[in-house]
Design a protein around this ligand. Structure first.
Ligand code: PLP
Length: 406
């Protein structure tokens, strides 16, 4: 069933099945649908329109097939955070440039990344980490070192503001020390995931400006991190071009040299549209649907942080019942395996029906476990459009009605 995506090319193929075709095969286990053309479109959008270099944050979806699609579509740099990600990306894309952007690393991981896999870019947020990097690379003189600044997550749905990053006002000594060691000095940050306003980036760039001025150092790289949004029910962001324009303007006004580079580390925005999931309803209890995937499968975010993914009944002929609000239970014996939603589906839905849950390409399959013996590895490439897209200019008409009602 699993085909290599390169056989598919870039455009949706009329010969590839659609979501409904997979549902009509009546699969017993959940099935992951992948849409290579959607990932490719997102990658080309960033490669062409972001006013700097886009590197893909591998943790959002480490599928080797996806890495290959992004590479083929113009993404040459990859943000990796663990030695396992370094090895995976190096094995899958031997010519790619890898950047180790986790600010707290094992010294052994730094050494292997540098000496075995050719990694030259590292992030850090402390003197201890700088000392580790210097030791592990035998005082290498070809390093690009990016100091991670702490910035606000106020505009984002998922905060990344407390764990990493040197606080504003405390970055001077570290920036000066890194400048002594690094061939190129960078400043990076992360505004939090699913940033709903471009202002998140301009506000963060103001902190970068203050840090540069205070330390009086020459900065070669400004890396605005991830956080670029996708579209979900109740979370429709402004167009990505507006984020790019805001970032470009802020970058141009920083006190840095003309040759300084602008980088970004999109994760979610490059892969959210890449996959969805077909699940079966095993039981209905009022407005609760017991489905065959959940919190320990691809729906971690739906369960643990109440993320609302778009849903669509996959039945032919389609139901003409009015929509009502449902919540989902996953298949494990655990009460926590509950997705509150609400998910809007036709009121006549029943056991045996199939539902497609959309926009699961980012942080969906990446978080899957086999807890309690549930889940499935079956993946099918489909050629229809994702339920929503930030890259087509128009939403899929079927799904658009779904989203508007929510
Ligand atoms: C998770 C992460 C990203 C990707 O974030 P998205 O919100 O998915 O774009 C980028 N950079 C770093 C350092 C991260 O930890």
């Amino acid at each position: 069933m699993h085909q290599h995506p390169r056989a598919l090319g870039l455009a949706p193929l009329s010969t590839a099945p659609r979501g409904i075709d997979i549902a009509q095969r009546c699969p017993v286990n959940p099935v992951t649908l992948t849409r290579p053309h959607a990932a490719s479109r997102a990658a080309r959008f960033f490669a062409e329109k972001f006013p700097g270099r886009s590197m893909y944050a591998v943790k959002a979806n480490p599928s080797p097939d996806l890495l290959q699609i992004l590479w083929d579509s113009g993404i040459t740099h990859y943000d990796v955070a663990s030695i396992a990600e370094v090895r995976l990306a190096a094995r899958t894309l031997p010519e790619a440039t890898l950047c180790f952007m986790h600010p707290v690393k094992a010294e052994e991981a730094i050494a292997e990344a540098y000496h075995t896999h050719g990694v030259r870019v590292f992030s850090l947020d402390s003197m201890e980490e700088l000392e580790k990097i210097v030791r592990a690379t035998n005082e290498a003189e070809d390093l690009t070192l990016c100091v991670r600044m702490r910035v606000s997550s106020d505009h984002s749905k998922l905060s990344l503001a407390s764990k990493f990053g040197v606080a504003p006002g405390e970055s001077k000594d570290l920036l000066m020390a890194v400048r002594q060691v690094a061939d190129a000095l960078g400043i990076c940050f992360h505004v939090g995931s699913q940033a709903m306003s471009p202002e998140a980036y301009s506000n963060a760039m103001e902190r970068v400006r203050a840090a540069i001025v205070e330390a009086g150092v020459t900065v070669d790289v400004v890396d605005v991190g991830g956080g670029f949004p996708s579209s979900y029910p109740g979370m429709e962001p402004p167009p990505l071009e507006r984020y790019f324009a805001t970032i470009h303007r802020a970058f141009e006004s920083l006190p840095i040299s003309y040759s300084a580079e602008l980088w970004a580390e999109p994760g979610r925005a490059l892969c959210a549209e890449y996959s969805s999931l077909i699940v079966r309803v095993e039981r209905r209890r009022g407005s609760e649907l017991y489905i065959n995937d959940g919190a320990y499968g691809a729906l971690f975010d739906a369960a643990h942080i109440g993320w609302r993914f778009p849903v669509q009944l996959q039945r032919e002929p389609d139901s003409n019942a009015k929509d009502m609000e449902f919540s989902f239970y996953g298949p494990t014996c655990d009460d926590l395996d509950h997705m509150a939603g609400p998910f809007l589906l036709p009121a006549d839905i029943q056991a045996g029906d199939y539902i497609e849950i959309g926009m699961l390409g980012a942080y969906g399959s990446a978080m899957r476990t086999a807890f309690n013996g549930f889940g499935s590895d079956e993946t099918v490439i489909v050629g229809d459009e994702p339920m929503t897209s930030l890259y087509t200019g128009v939403e899929n008409p079927v799904a658009a009605t779904n989203v508007v009602k929510l």
